[in-house]
Design a binder for this molecule. Structure first.
Ligand SMILES: [Fe+2]
Ligand SMILES: [Fe+2]
Length: 197
């Protein structure tokens, strides 16, 4: 499998400078989260270095991959193309870079939308992409503070903020983003109830 130096070289080649700088901050954030939540820091690094690998692929090329590869959900095509680079990036990381680790590929695939039953590495890359220090979304500071205490709650807040933002702009919301929010808000509430007992 690709090593860290090779992975950095690849993204340095395919990303614009500002996106490369974003990636550097996502990796730093993901490593901190992996240490804090006892996840595999090596996998967190590979997944976060490569998370935006397909960001600048031609839109028609991404459309063809989604149409032709049976692993990619076809409903993506009816949602904003901004959502395509995660699932297509995971596919291309496997095909072009030889990444075989299913945890890493999953974290790349769902980094923008989240999904049902996210694993720890999925949550770490999803959250690192949302809270990296260059992000200025409304509400991001609250999520940064929560990230220091509770990984599920921080991911819930990130998905909630994303949904609120999209609704305020009358944009569509990809179902996986709702699944992320619904699953995690239930877990957060259950934990809070149990904490009060
Ligand atoms: Fe991305
Ligand atoms: Fe990103």
């Amino acid at each position: 499998m690709i090593d860290l130096t090779q992975a950095w070289k690849v993204v340095n080649r395919v990303l614009k400078p500002e996106r490369y700088e974003h990636t550097v901050r996502v990796v730093e954030t993901a490593v901190q989260l992996a240490e804090q939540y006892n996840a595999d820091t090596h996998k967190a690094q590979v997944a976060s270095i490569l998370h935006d690998y397909a960001k600048y692929r031609d839109r028609e090329e991404m459309r063809r991959w989604i149409e032709s590869d049976k692993r990619l959900p076809k409903d993506l095509l009816t949602y904003h193309h901004e959502l395509w680079h995660g699932p297509v990036g995971a596919l291309l990381a496997e095909k072009e870079l030889g990444v075989r680790d299913s945890d890493i590929l999953s974290a790349i695939a769902c980094h923008t939308t989240g999904k049902k039953h996210m694993k720890r590495l999925d949550k770490i890359v999803f959250l690192a992409d949302y809270i990296e220090p260059g992000r200025k979304f409304p509400g991001v500071e609250e999520v940064r503070e929560t990230a220091a205490q509770d990984l599920d709650k921080a991911c819930m807040q990130a998905s909630r903020n994303t949904i609120q933002f999209l609704l305020s702009k009358s944009q569509t919301v990809y179902p996986d983003t709702f699944h992320t929010y619904n699953e995690l808000i239930q877990r957060v509430k259950k934990n809070e109830m149990e904490g009060k007992k």
